[in-house]
Write a protein that binds this ligand. Structure first.
Ligand code: PMP
Length: 391
């Protein structure tokens, strides 16, 4: 029996051996010429991964929540209005963070499994002046992906900036930050960026930098303040030494390695591979007759799937059985339905073969749990999708 399990949760994910090797490199000084080169090239590669040539990239030590906090701290002045689009757990979190910095927050919160309607957003934007709106491109608690292509245009018509939580999307789900008018996009290292947890990444576009420069009130968080960090990012990109707070040196080595891999694959190929994997998973789940949290297939993310346990199945037993087949899935997260569903992460370097392994484990566990279905139906459906993609 293999003791190694395949980690298929929506972050952290499985990492490439070369990324893990980079993480284990000898720690250098943060002003060592080699490290300056790696930090500088990571900033440059981030622009290509986010598809945001005019944006200012930032790399911080911390998790995705810190990236949200940094965005809010730098953009919100007490009394500013913000609109938060909520498709799950992480939208609620963004609203709380914005309020902590003194924003007056309005929420558009949809029913579980639904996405936001752009007409509702438009109506709301016209009803008040909002300095910014936030959207979770993929909410990891529901597996719903919001179609954000036209959000920038809609928001800019009303003078509102768009801040995108891309923690569960960047480098997996299609995102074209600049073309789509996303003013700030943020993520964390442990998801589709494919680096162990510990880095918070964001790219701020020209509107964001302008809004930050014209602030009247100081940023209410010392660590987060772009005033401290912008000169550091500019120095690294100019390949010059600088210091504000010690960077997570080994994680940045790993980031550089992973961003190189991502760009070697190419963003279009990467988006397509994530779509293919999602289609394989979706076809399998449909063939097995499993109900999902997103209410329609067009709303499903390419980075994870969220699936209800069938009525006759005991959730913890199913997940434990899947685990004994060598696969780790995640349980539920959204408080309203937490014990009723589970999640499969399929972002980053995931291959079709790993999906086949995962669906096989799922079928075995469902069968043993007494769920009625045609054995092999999920596997055949996924396999067909993967085979057809080569024709
Ligand atoms: N937003 C989304 C969409 C997430 O999935 C997560 C993490 N699951 C976060 C924010 C918070 O990130 P972190 O756990 O790295 O703080």
């Amino acid at each position: 029996m293999k003791s190694r399990k395949l980690l298929m949760i929506p972050g952290p994910i499985e990492f490439e051996p070369s990324v893990l090797r980079a993480l284990g490199s000898q720690t250098t000084s943060h002003v060592d010429a080699d490290f300056i080169e790696v930090f500088g090239s990571s900033l440059e590669m981030m622009r290509k991964v986010f598809l945001s040539e005019s944006g200012q990239p930032f790399i911080f030590s911390g998790s995705g929540t810190l990236a949200m906090d940094i965005a809010a701290a730098n953009l919100i002045e007490p009394g500013d209005r913000a609109l938060v689009l909520i498709t799950g757990y992480f939208g609620d979190r963004f609203a709380e963070i914005l309020e902590r910095y003194g924003a007056k927050v309005d929420r558009i919160k949809v029913a579980v499994g639904h996405s936001v309607e752009m007409e509702d957003v438009d109506r709301k934007l016209k009803s008040n002046h909002y300095k910014l709106l936030t959207v979770t491109q993929v909410d990891t608690s529901t597996g719903v992906a919001v179609d954000v292509k036209h959000l920038g245009k809609l928001a800019h018509e009303q003078g509102t900036m768009v801040v995108l939580d891309g923690v569960c999307s960047v480098a997996g789900e299609e995102l074209r930050q600049e073309e789509w008018g996303i003013d700030l996009a943020l993520t964390a290292s442990q998801k589709a960026i494919s680096v162990p947890p510990g880095l918070a990444l964001l790219i701020a576009g020209p509107r964001v930098m302008k809004a930050w420069r014209s602030r009247k009130a100081p940023v209410q968080n010392y660590f987060a303040d772009f005033t401290n960090w912008l000169p550091i990012m500019e120095a690294y990109e100019a390949r010059k030494p600088s210091y504000f707070a010690t960077p997570a040196i080994n994680l940045v080595w790993a980031l550089d390695e992973s961003l190189r891999h991502i760009l070697e694959e190419g963003m279009e190929a990467r988006f397509n591979r994530h779509r293919l994997i999602r289609n394989g998973v979706q076809d399998a789940l449909e063939a097995l007759g499993l109900k999902q949290v997103p209410v329609r297939r067009e709303l499903t993310a390419t980075t994870l799937s969220a699936i209800y346990f069938p009525d006759e199945i005991d959730g913890p037993t199913l997940l434990a059985r899947i685990n004994s087949e060598g696969i780790i899935f995640a349980g539920g997260l959204l408080p309203e339905i937490k014990s009723l569903y589970f999640r499969i992460g399929h972002m980053g370097p995931t291959l079709p073969g790993e999906i086949i392994h995962a669906i096989s484990a799922l079928e075995i566990a469902l069968y043993e749990g007494g769920y009625k279905f045609e054995v092999g139906a999920g596997l055949t459906a996924a396999e067909r999708t993967f085979v057809n993609s080569h024709q």
